[in-house]
Design a protein around this ligand. Structure first.
Ligand SMILES: [Zn+2]
Length: 112
């Protein structure tokens, strides 16, 4: 990983080809990331050990890993959500092009 999952940059890192997914995951991280007191300061969600990332914070980290080409258990739902956003046109044009190219390469071919 070329980015710190505990402190990911707002802008997608260079190797990230899945820019929209990064932004979605990064926004989720922003709400659940830790400060000196523990996780989820912005979202205010409570979980058993506030020193550990909550489920959504972990999901956000998986999303950012997915955006950088790593396969995680949460990758398929993240990609599905990103596709919905793409279909809805709810994105920056630069990101839209990057996403379209990414999906083109990652879409499984039907049949042979
Ligand atoms: Zn949380």
């Amino acid at each position: 990983m070329s980015f710190d999952v505990e402190n990911p940059p707002v802008e997608p890192p260079d190797e990230c080809q899945h820019r929209l997914l990064w932004r979605l995951a990064r926004a989720l991280w922003e709400a659940h990331r830790p400060d000196s007191a523990g996780f989820c300061v912005v979202a205010g969600c409570w979980h058993t050990n506030q020193r550990d990332p909550c489920r959504l914070a972990q999901l956000a980290q998986d999303g950012m890993r997915t955006a950088c080409g790593e396969a995680t258990p949460a990758s398929p739902p993240w990609i599905a959500v990103t596709r919905e956003r793409l279909a809805a046109g709810d994105i920056d044009p630069v990101d839209a092009v990057a996403e379209a190219l990414w999906h083109h390469r990652h879409t499984p071919r039907a049949g042979r």
